[in-house]
Structure formats: structure tokens, C-alpha cells
Design a protein around this ligand. Structure first.
Ligand SMILES: Nc1ncnc2c1ncn2[C@@H]1O[C@H](COP(=O)(O)OP(=O)(O)OP(=O)(O)O)[C@@H](O)[C@H]1O
Ligand SMILES: [Zn+2]
Length: 818
């Protein structure tokens, strides 16, 4: 009987693809193993085995696979179920999930670009023939496509060769180009075999009396090894014996020391074996922990609602300890990489090398290492901290899932598919593993709090800050009034300036929040009113003073700053609005003695971008830190006593049904950075509209009132969490075609769903990268089936795709869009 396998290809096709395998192969293969397969005319992909069976495909002749790539599954059964759920729920293909889920080093394909690694230490003799041919080809051409290599070797299945070359460090993949991939090898030494006994060592030392430095090294090594019984890092030995690498090399050459290279995981913990003991919880924290465990017993997801600085993190830590002691894995999800910096050190202090980190700023090879460690359930990856992609790791004994800052909208993946919400997906993942699931926030999302209200989630509450520090004192400043009286200096009110001065005088630090980066969002000519626009997108160009450029924040377009207006030629260009750069500049003039730092997308590029700024603020090298929302949540600084919000209005006026909820969360969170440890902090909120309800609710810390108002509105207008929504986005470069296509689709939707279809409408930025955009929103009532609705939408899409005029119009689904 012929054997077949169904595989997931890492491309957006709806169906699994079937390939032929031999009887031997069928015996070896298991779901979750990778195979190299031919696809289309000449492509090769890394595909994932989904199932093994005996049914030939009906519409096409199955091809043979090229090669089996490993001897054990790298993707688990639970992961495959999880992927299946993601694809169904978020309306995308399994292939798209596969591509998003797996580090790209595990996804070689014919389009992958291969580069030579100029820094490789290479012994040509170490290379097999086929490896050498690739190596040689790369001497003449620095970049080759996998396909071209396939031609050079004159064989189809070259993925194994490339895998070997990757391992040997001879090549790397295009996307790693800037990371200069090199597996990190650490040099260890130990005493040579013949010198290990005490007598032999003595004889050795006696013979070395004329080489005191060498004997010092040997003695030190002996002492170090007496403690650890393991090889010692050369760098440690150098330090401990006060010697040099030259001396150590001499000893190695003489055979007195043996050297050994160990490939270490890059995400190493440097702190040694010492770990801190956990802090003991105060009564409020204990109570919360008890409530959490109680609800876990009932198999409920729990929401931990604790005000800012109430010590939620310490509660998580206590829980993690319990699961880790039982040998289980724990996953700690955070919405932003910026937050991992502080948390990593906090968790490592308790759990040492058990903590692994996984997010997109780690390079491909680092991610593969974490992947394998988690797959093998190694102690070094028992606790994983990560941004949303950590959900995709191959856990096999996941006991606890924590989603910190669960209200954060950056948990939602925007582009590309799967457009999943990491909090919601984490709950599904946790359920598949039978794990306990804890969501935490000082400002829970309306969704999660609603789930508490209807009894779906358990609830634990901490109303006091740790150490009984009072919640910060909040003051609203009316800047309309202040501007009228000409009391503003730049964008600073008198009150804010007074408070900054006092805080700095006390040797304390300040955080200032402005939700725009750059110097000014608009440049405008005061003579003719012309404002430079992006040619590719429907937005004004943002002025970046530091780079003397006008930049588009939606595409990479930028031009040098102009002296005169391009429309009328007058030198009367002026800025409108302001961003973080301008705040920073004003501060430099107003407080020339203070050190001002800035944290936004422009200053945090690069792998350690965040870390540098956060560390220098922690160490008080920066007095005033200006930033966008990335500095507003979860960060724990001890010496910040004042938080200033430069302009609260831009948040409130956002055209979105969640704008008020978001503003409440953002403002409460940023305010929560003030006065966390010793004395009560101060918060100044500048606004043109200080009587706005949300601002009142923020200053009185009235979460419940905000929640009730929001729920009422959502009920009235049929928005989540009462209803569900699917946003369907249409994109095309032809304006008319886009309009007609969106209209056609919306009309068909109305035939099925009537008044529950909104749009099509242009979003605030209606063209990005020369693509026009229109959105349609489908609301799904409480009593409707989500599955049936999605099926009807898919059916409409099929008829839509059959209309040739609409070909090329992209249709993008965003389920539970936020
Ligand atoms: N039981 C405890 N013993 C000693 N210090 C504690 C304890 N609990 C919390 N702290 C300290 O109080 C501060 C605030 O705690 P933490 O950062 O955990 O608050 P949080 O609730 O996570 O706040 P946010 O929501 O603002 O991020 C931290 O500096 C933490 O070290
Ligand atoms: Zn643009």
C-alpha cells in the first residue's frame, strides 16, 4: 500500500498538501517532523508533517518528498492543535501560522538567501564535498539563493547540506546579515588527566618552581575545580589567577591543561549559583494569592486586579516558584520587549539560570536554542519570559501561564497573519495543556473585567500599594486657560515647571509622557498653508529635528528638511503640534543642568536599545526621561516622584470605540510610575479639557465607574465584549477598484447580516504605501454562531474571488480587531 503524508507548507494556501513517501520513510516519520519538499515548478520548502495516511489526493498526482530533515518531531501534538485553533479562529491558513510560529532557521526554502560568513574559522578539510562546493561558490558570489545552490550541486534536496553548513558556521541567512551569526563558544580548561591526583599534582608543581606564574595558574585551577569539580572558564581562570591567556596557552601546549569548547546558550545567566530568596508577601498579597489558588481549583482563569505598585509581580513570582518546584514549565507573557529588561533581572535574581527569554530582538540562532531547550524540557528554560511569540514555543509540561498587563493592545498581532490576540491565545494554549492561567493588570481590559462580572473568570484584588505608599496625588492643569493668560513656556504650564524644579531639587527623577515621536507631526507654511505630505501615504510628514529630516511614520519615506515652502517659495515654514523631540529640546533650555533622556522608537533601535536607556535611568544618570507609551507601563523605578502628561487630549479624541478605555488605562499606568517606594508621588495632567469624564475618573482612580460607563455604551452600540467583531480590510492601489470591490463585498455581507455590517469606510490614514484602504466591520451578536458567521464570510469571499475585475484586491480578516 502506498504511504502518503499531509504537510503544512509555510505559505498562505488553505489546504494541506499531500506527498508520497516510501514505506521506510513512513515508518520513520511522525507528525511534527520537518521534511523538505518540492512545490510548484521549481520551489523547495521546509514543510511540517501533519498526518500520515494511505489516501492518495484526488485532484493531483502526489510528488515524492525530497528529504526527511530530522529524526524527532520539533513541533508537538499540542502545538499542532493550537495552530489549528489559531488558523480557524483568526481566519488564516495553517501555513501562515507555521511561518509565524517557527524560528526562520527551521524554515529554509528555495527563496531563502544564503550568505557566506566572512568570519568563519574554517578548516577546508572539515568540509564534505558538497559543503565545499557551496563554500567555493560563495567565494565568487557573496549571495546565493537556495535554488541556485541546488543548481550548483545538481540535486534537489540541498536543505540538509545547508543545515550542516549553518551548524558549521560557514553560511548564514539573509535576515541575519546584520547580526553576524556565530554560535557562541566558551573556552573551558581542566587539569590534564595525568595530573589530577594529588601526588601527581605535587610532582608537577615541584617541577615548576622556575615558572611561578604557571604554577600559580595550576594551583588556582586546582582550587577552583575542588569547589566545582567541573571544567573552569578560561576567562574565570585568568581573573582568579591574575594571569594572561598567553600563560594559559603555554600550559595547554605542554599538555598540563586540557582545553574544551562548549557551545553555550546565548541567553546565559551570569549571576553564579547564588539566588535571592523570595520576598515574603504582605497580607494583601497573601490574600490575593489565596483567592487565585481558590479559583484555580475551580479551573477558572483568574484576573489579578492590583493597583499600580501593589506588588503583583511578587505574587506571580510566588506562584511560579510552586510550579517550578513541581518540575513544571511556566510562561510569563509581557506585551512589550521594553518591559522584559527589568523583569529578566528580577526573575533571574530568584530563579537563576532557569529563566529563558524569547522575543523578536533575539536572533534566529538564539531563538532556535530556546526552542530546543523548551522542547526538551530542560531546566534552563523552565521559566520563559517573552513577548507574544513565546506562545509558539514547544512546551510539553506547561503548568502556569501568566499574562501581565493583560489590557495592553500590543498583545494583538496586527500584521501579518495570524492576527491573533496573545492574551486570548494564551488562554487557549493553557487550556490545551491543562495549565493554570493568570491575567494581571492595574487597569483590566473591559473584556476581562466583564468576564469576571459574568462569573466566567475568578478574581483577586489588591487595592493598596506595597508598603502602604499612597496612590499618587493627581492634578489636572487647564492649558487652555494657561495659554490664554500667556503663562505657558513652550508646552509647559507653570505648575508643571514648578513641580519639575522641586523634584529635581530633591534629587528625584521625572517622567514626561508625550504620545508622539519626532519634533512635530506637521510642518506648515504660514503664507500659503501648504504642508509636506508623504507621496506614498495620506499623512503629513513628521519633522525630526535631530536628523534634520521630514519622515513618514507609515513607510520609510523621508526627505531633508526644506528651508522654503515647496509650494510658494517663502521661507515661512512653521511646525504644528509637538512630539518627544521637541519636549526634550525645551527641557534642555528650561533645565540646562538636568540630564534629559528620551525613550521612543527612534532611540530604542538595536538589540540593547531599551536596556541602555532603562539602565541609565535606573542608575540616575538621567534626571528627566521623556517618552512615548513605551515607558508608561510595568516599569519599576525607585526614585521617580513626578510624572507629567504633556497633553492628554490627543488620546481622548481618537476615533475608536475603545478610546476612552485606552486613555484611562494609559494615563493610570503612566501615573502609576510615580512614587512607588517611599513617599507619595505627584502627577500633573495637562489638558485643554480637564473636565472630561475620563480625566476625572483617572484622577479619582475610579476604575468601576469607567467600566460601567463603557459597558453601557458597548451594549448600546453593540461592541465587544457584548458582541464580537470581525474587521475586514480591503487594499488596492487603484482607488476606484478598491471602492467598487469593498462596496460589492459589503453589500453581500448585508444580505446575510443586515444592519450588523458597518462600512465600507476609510480609516484615518486612507492610503499607506500607495495602497488605498477601506474597512468593513461585521458585528456578531451574543446569540449568533461565530463559526457560522465566518463560514458565510468565507463563502462570500469565494464568489468575490471569482470576479476577475476584483482580482488583486487584498482581503484581510481581523477577528476581534482592536
Ligand atoms: N512582598 C514584598 N516585599 C518587598 N517588596 C515588595 C513586595 N511586594 C512588592 N514589593 C516592591 O514594591 C514595588 C512594586 O511592586 P511591583 O512592581 O510588583 O508592582 P506591580 O503591581 O507589578 O505594579 P505595576 O502594575 O505598576 O507594574 C517593587 O519595587 C517591589 O520590589
Ligand atoms: Zn509614507
Amino acid at each position: 500500500m502506498q504511504d502518503f503524508i499531509n504537510v503544512i507548507l509555510p505559505i498562505p494556501i488553505e489546504k494541506l498538501f499531500t506527498y508520497k513517501v516510501t514505506e521506510e520513510e513512513a515508518k520513520l516519520l511522525k507528525p511534527g517532523m520537518r521534511v523538505a519538499v518540492p512545490f510548484g515548478k521549481s520551489k523547495i520548502y521546509t514543510a511540517l508533517v501533519f498526518e500520515i495516511h494511505n489516501t492518495p489526493p484526488t485532484v493531483y498526482e502526489a510528488k515524492q518528498i525530497d528529504q526527511i530533515l530530522e529524526d524527532h518531531p520539533v513541533v508537538t501534538q499540542v502545538q499542532l492543535k493550537f495552530w489549528h485553533w489559531l488558523a480557524q479562529y483568526y481566519m488564516c491558513s495553517l501555513g501562515e501560522v507555521f511561518r509565524a510560529a517557527v524560528p526562520s532557521a527551521l524554515l529554509l526554502e528555495s527563496e531563502t538567501l544564503i550568505l557566506r560568513n566572512d568570519r568563519a574559522d574554517l578548516e577546508e578539510n572539515d568540509l564534505l564535498d558538497d559543503e565545499f562546493m557551496v563554500f567555493e561558490a560563495l567565494q565568487h558570489q557573496s549571495i546565493l539563493r537556495v535554488q541556485e545552490i541546488s543548481d550548483i550541486l545538481d540535486k534537489k534536496n540541498i536543505i540538509p547540506v545547508l543545515n550542516r553548513l549553518l551548524k558549521k558556521n560557514i553560511i548564514f541567512l539573509k535576515e541575519e546579515m546584520y547580526e553576524q551569526y556565530k554560535p557562541k563558544l566558551v573556552r573551558y580548561v581542566q587539569l590534564g588527566k595525568s595530573h589530577r591526583s594529588e601526588e601527581n599534582l605535587e610532582a608537577l608543581l615541584n617541577g615548576m618552581t622556575r615558572a611561578p606564574k604557571q604554577s600559580q595558574v595550576v594551583l588556582t585551577l586546582f582550587q577552583l575545580q575542588a569547589v566545582t569539580k567541573k571544567p573552569v572558564k578560561v576567562s574565570d581562570l585568568e581573573n582568579a589567577s591574575n594571569s594572561s591567556s598567553a600563560i594559559i596557552k603555554t600550559l595547554i601546549d605542554k599538555g598540563i591543561l586540557e582545553e574544551q569548547f562548549v557551545q553555550t546558550d546565548r541567553v546565559v545567566y551570569e549571576g553564579g549559583d547564588e539566588t535571592e530568596t523570595l520576598k515574603s508577601l504582605n497580607d494583601f498579597q497573601k490574600e490575593a494569592l489565596k483567592d487565585i489558588k481558590g479559583s484555580f481549583k475551580d479551573n477558572k482563569v483568574v484576573l489579578l486586579h492590583g493597583v499600580t505598585s501593589s506588588g503583583k509581580t511578587e505574587v506571580y513570582v510566588k506562584l511560579i516558584e510552586e510550579y517550578v518546584n513541581q518540575g513544571k514549565q511556566a510562561l510569563y507573557l509581557l506585551p512589550e520587549i521594553a518591559l522584559t529588561t527589568q523583569l529578566i533581572s528580577r526573575l533571574q535574581a530568584y530563579f537563576g539560570e532557569k529563566v529563558a527569554v524569547y522575543h523578536s530582538k533575539y536572533n534566529v540562532q538564539e531563538r532556535v536554542e530556546v526552542w530546543n531547550n523548551v522542547l526538551e524540557n530542560k531546566p534552563v528554560a523552565q521559566i520563559v519570559i517573552g513577548a507574544r511569540s513565546a506562545l509558539f514555543l514547544p512546551f510539553n509540561d506547561l503548568g502556569l501561564v501568566i499574562v501581565d498587563e493583560e489590557h495592553e493592545s500590543s498583545f494583538k498581532q496586527y500584521d501579518p497573519a495570524p492576527r491573533y490576540h496573545a492574551r486570548d491565545a494564551a488562554i487557549v494554549l493553557g487550556n490545551l495543556h491543562g495549565s493554570d492561567i493568570l491575567l494581571g493588570s492595574a487597569t483590566p481590559s473591559v473584556e476581562s473585567f466583564y468576564n469576571v462580572k459574568v462569573g466566567k473568570y475568578g478574581y483577586a484584588h489588591i487595592e493598596r500599594r506595597y508598603g502602604n505608599v499612597l496612590m499618587p496625588d493627581m492634578e489636572l492643569v487647564d492649558i487652555k486657560e494657561q495659554s490664554r493668560k500667556k503663562r505657558m513656556k513652550g508646552h509647559f504650564s507653570e505648575r508643571l515647571l514648578e513641580e519639575i524644579t522641586e523634584t529635581l531639587d530633591n534629587g528625584e527623577q521625572v517622567i514626561l509622557f508625550q504620545n508622539r515621536r519626532g519634533y512635530a507631526p506637521i510642518m506648515e507654511c504660514t503664507t500659503c498653508g501648504h504642508a509636506p505630505q508623504c507621496p506614498n501615504c495620506d499623512v503629513s510628514l513628521t519633522y525630526h529635528q535631530h536628523r534634520k529630516q521630514l519622515r513618514c511614520h507609515y513607510c520609510s519615506y523621508h526627505i531633508a528638511l526644506q528651508e522654503t515652502c515647496q509650494a510658494c517659495g517663502n521661507a515661512t515654514l512653521d511646525t504644528k503640534g509637538f512630539g518627544t523631540e521637541q519636549v526634550e529640546q525645551e527641557l534642555n533650555t528650561l533645565f540646562p543642568k538636568a540630564n534629559v533622556g528620551r525613550m521612543d522608537l527612534d532611540t530604542t533601535r538595536g538589540k540593547h536599545g531599551y536596556e541602555k536607556i532603562i539602565t541609565s535611568f535606573e542608575q540616575q544618570e538621567i534626571d528627566i526621561l521623556v517618552g512615548t507609551q513605551m515607558l508608561t507601563k510595568g516599569l519599576d523605578f525607585r526614585n521617580v516622584n513626578l510624572v507629567g502628561i504633556m497633553n492628554a487630549d490627543s488620546l481622548l479624541n481618537f476615533p475608536d470605540f475603545r478610546a476612552h478605555e485606552r486613555s484611562f488605562q494609559l494615563l493610570t499606568q503612566v501615573a502609576g510610575r510615580a512614587g512607588r517606594t517611599k513617599k507619595r508621588g505627584k502627577v500633573i495632567i495637562q489638558s485643554y479639557n480637564p473636565n472630561h469624564r475620563i480625566l476625572q475618573q483617572v484622577t479619582t482612580n475610579d476604575y468601576l465607574e469607567m467600566f460601567q460607563e463603557q459597558i453601557y455604551e458597548r451594549q448600546q452600540y453593540k461592541y465587544p465584549p457584548i458582541n464580537r467583531i470581525i474587521k475586514i480590510t480591503f487594499k488596492h492601489k487603484d482607488y476606484n477598484k478598491l471602492n467598487e470591490a469593498a462596496e460589492w463585498f459589503a453589500k453581500s455581507l448585508r444580505n446575510s447580516f443586515g444592519g450588523n455590517v458597518l462600512g465600507p469606510e476609510y480609516p484615518p490614514v486612507a492610503r499607506i504605501r500607495n495602497q488605498y484602504i477601506k474597512n468593513v466591520i461585521v458585528k456578531i451578536g451574543e446569540n449568533y454562531s461565530l463559526v457560522k458567521t465566518k463560514n458565510s464570510i468565507k463563502r462570500i469571499e469565494k464568489s468575490f474571488n471569482a470576479i476577475s475585475y476584483y482580482r488583486g484586491v487584498r482581503v484581510i480578516y481581523n477577528v476581534d480587531h482592536i
